[in-house]
Design a protein around this ligand. Structure first.
Ligand SMILES: [Fe+2]
Ligand SMILES: [Fe+2]
Length: 275
């Protein structure tokens, strides 16, 4: 039976400041472009996650999981909408967000057309592990959050908390309805390569649109951000490796302490909740 952790659907009111810096991460184009590339893929990506889980929704027998699926759908629907608003603001600053989103959607449509529901759900399981891993990285390093534009930071914190809350839902649906470890791990391997390959390409498109050359200092900051000792790549690779183990479950990685007291740590973000 699925573990009974709370998944809360929160509606948030983010006021996007149109005058904000063009590069939301400390003015650094290389790191900001990474977040923009992710943000461009989220609305359609999250709709894909919803669809792949919804396909199995009526067959799921575990009553706790049934309830969690509804909350998962609610959370992902709100994330998609919030990212759409941010993507529009970035488009207005001259970044090709719609073009990138269309490219990402093209790939997802292809997956829907060509792949079995089992494989599609396995893609969601893999990407949910990616989002929970990135979420942990953001919440574990408040110093990084402080370098972001405040509104973007608020949205990242909210999204990160909810990704960790619902990280096991698609996995548990896969385990109950498909239960093929070999398929899960094989699809995860392909998905990780495809996803990060595309994100790097989208990052390049964003940087090219502005034609702004990064300075040495910005390159150095980006190297530290991605490849440093506590960098995003290093920390993520450790979590990705864990998920390749046979019998892995997302709850094997304890991220609960990061979300338990988030309202106390970020009362100003919690105050943006409208429901
Ligand atoms: Fe999400
Ligand atoms: Fe998610």
């Amino acid at each position: 039976m699925a573990t009974e952790n709370t998944i809360t659907v929160r509606r948030m009111n983010f006021e996007i400041n149109a005058d904000m810096d063009k590069y939301w991460f400390n003015g650094n184009p290389l790191i900001s472009a990474f977040f923009y590339a992710l943000s461009a893929t989220f609305p359609d990506g999250e709709r894909f996650f919803i669809d792949t889980v919804r396909y199995y929704q009526k067959d799921v027998e575990d009553p706790v999981l049934k309830q969690q699926i509804r909350a998962f759908i609610g959370q992902e629907a709100h994330h998609g909408k919030a990212h759409e608003d941010f993507n529009e603001a970035l488009e207005a600053k001259g970044f090709p967000m719609a073009v990138i989103a269309a490219k990402a959607k093209g790939l997802l449509d292809l997956a829907k057309e060509r792949l079995s529901p089992q494989r599609q759900l396995a893609i969601t399981v893999a990407l949910e592990h990616v989002t929970a891993t990135l979420a942990e990285h953001a919440l574990r390093h408040p110093d990084l959050l402080e370098q972001m534009d405040p509104t973007f930071r608020d949205m990242i914190v909210w999204h990160a908390v909810e990704e960790i809350e619902h990280k096991s839902v698609a996995f548990d649906v896969f385990r109950e309805r498909v239960g093929n470890e070999y398929l899960r791990r094989r699809v995860m391997f392909m998905t990780l390569i495809m996803f990060f390959g595309r994100v790097m390409y989208f990052q390049k498109l964003i940087l090219r649109a502005d034609n702004r050359k990064a300075t040495w200092r910005e390159w150095w900051q980006a190297m530290k951000f991605f490849w440093g000792k506590d960098g995003l790549v290093r920390e993520s690779l450790i979590h990705f490796a864990k998920a390749f183990k046979k019998g892995f479950h997302p709850s094997d990685i304890d991220q609960q302490p990061l979300v338990n007291d988030w309202q106390q740590r970020y009362p100003e973000i919690a105050a943006l909740q409208t429901n």
